[in-house]
Ligand binder design. Structure first.
Ligand code: OAD
Length: 261
């Protein structure tokens, strides 16, 4: 199958010294993880913007935990797809000259990188990828800095089932960034530094609406780099992209990156 723009995109990637990749929910859609916008993002008729906020957690922590419990269980059944694996291979091949920035909290980039490193018999990079919106499988305290890397499953059907902090007794919450909250400054700084120094920004499966993550491609473009977009459909970014590749990431990315060599 031919995809218009793919040879040009491959040539730009081949010629790039540094690459930054920004991914969103679309990169995990073919693994079975629902995206946020559109009908698959709804849960019990709530939109993510109604539940993924500090205010929602204060008002009804049980409801927020019930939603996250549902998402954790769903993600636990999902495996990385060819798009995650192609990006993990790109990062390994480029050995420090490719930074993957993800808005996803599902851990599938990390899982793909572990798989690829095992196959190549090299140690996985523990800092891969830059997860600017956090990680859904971790808990953190809503009041102090305690983090639980391996929490027990949460029973979100009852207030009594909600986890509390072993250090201060406050409610634990998922270790993700909610609407209205700042991103971790070091992670954001890493993403923006990579965006500024990249010759190419590859943007995959994001509606490019939620800032500051959505600024990664505009920072690359402002510094003179090229923007390549991979998405099922045009987005607000498409008009500013140098190349726009329309189609599923799990199909396009392996072909694009193989063709880039
Ligand atoms: P969205 O749900 O807004 O957008 C998903 C994008 O992926 C859309 O543009 C789809 O067209 C595209 N897409 C779907 N399936 C695809 C496929 N197989 N291949 C390629 N593209 C595909 O998700 P995000 O842009 O990631 O933030 O949303 C950004 C942030 O908003 C999320 O990180 C989350 C959310 O609310 C927080 O929770 C803070």
């Amino acid at each position: 199958m031919t995809t218009p723009g793919l040879p040009e995109a491959a040539a730009r990637i081949r010629g790039a010294e540094h690459i930054v990749v920004l991914t969103g929910a679309g990169v995990s859609a073919e693994s079975g993880v629902p995206t946020f916008r559109g009908t698959t993002g709804l849960w019990k008729s709530f939109r993510p913007e109604e539940l993924a906020t500090p205010g929602a957690f204060v008002r009804d922590p049980r409801l927020v935990w019930e939603w996250y419990g549902w998402r954790r269980a769903l993600i636990a059944e999902c495996d990385p797809n060819p798009a995650h694996r192609a990006l993990a291979e790109l990062a390994l091949d480029r050995n420090g000259r490719c930074t993957i920035v993800t808005q996803n909290v599902d851990g599938l980039h990390h899982a793909a990188a572990r798989e690829v490193a095992r196959l190549r018999e090299v140690p996985p990079d523990p800092a891969y990828p830059l997860e600017v919106h956090g990680a859904i499988h971790r808990d953190r305290c809503s009041a102090c800095s305690t983090v639980d890397e391996t929490p027990a499953p949460v029973d979100g059907t009852s207030e009594l089932g909600l986890p509390t902090c072993p250090d201060c007794g406050a409610l634990m919450r998922p270790d993700v960034v909610w609407f209205g909250e700042p991103l971790d400054p070091d992670t954001l700084d890493g993403a923006m530094t990579a965006a500024r120094t990249a010759d190419v920004c590859l943007v995959v499966g994001t509606s490019a609406l939620v800032h500051p993550a959505a600024s990664v491609p505009t920072v690359t473009a402002a510094a003179g780099g090229a923007v390549i977009e991979v998405n099922l459909e045009p987005t607000p970014l498409s008009g500013h992209a140098d190349v726009s590749l329309l189609g599923p990431a799990g199909d396009i990315l392996p072909r694009l990156l193989e063709s880039a060599g």
